[in-house]
Ligand binder design. Sequence first.
Ligand code: SF4
Ligand code: SF4
Length: 149
Amino acid sequence: MHGVRFTCQPGCTNCCNMRGFVYLTEDDLQRAARYLGITPEAFEARYVYRTKTMLRLRKPPHSQCHFLEQHGCAIHPAKPTQCRLFPFWPELVESRIAWRRTAEYCPGMGKGELVQIGTALETAGEMRTAYPEMYTPRREAAAKLRSMT
Ligand code: SF4
Ligand code: SF4
């Protein structure tokens, strides 16, 4: 790919409705708590599931995310890194097939100004930095295999 086009479409919440988990960095947790005017401890107790290596948002019953409202994200200015960077994730930017598949539910992909591939890859690099546990060489190799089948 030489470049990709993307502009998030107003009113769309398709990516928030996809099955999967929303992972957080420690900074994401702090920022979201501050935005809601509660302590990080209170935010974590209510919204976060923590393992030894990862933090992710808990899922409420019958929804993919606590913060998903009809017309968008209730914590939009402080949303987690993976939400902010979508669809510039390494597994999408580095695979034409995965980018095309994702565009089937993301109407913003293929629209707007051309983003040079170098810029897209740089943004994707932020994902690797933010979530090192998700992008170990072993996990990336497994993901690549899955995307080819
Ligand atoms: S699916 Fe695409 S267009 Fe829709 S909210 Fe997500 S990023 Fe924006
Ligand atoms: S935190 Fe916001 S942007 Fe991320 S999945 Fe939830 S509603 Fe969507």
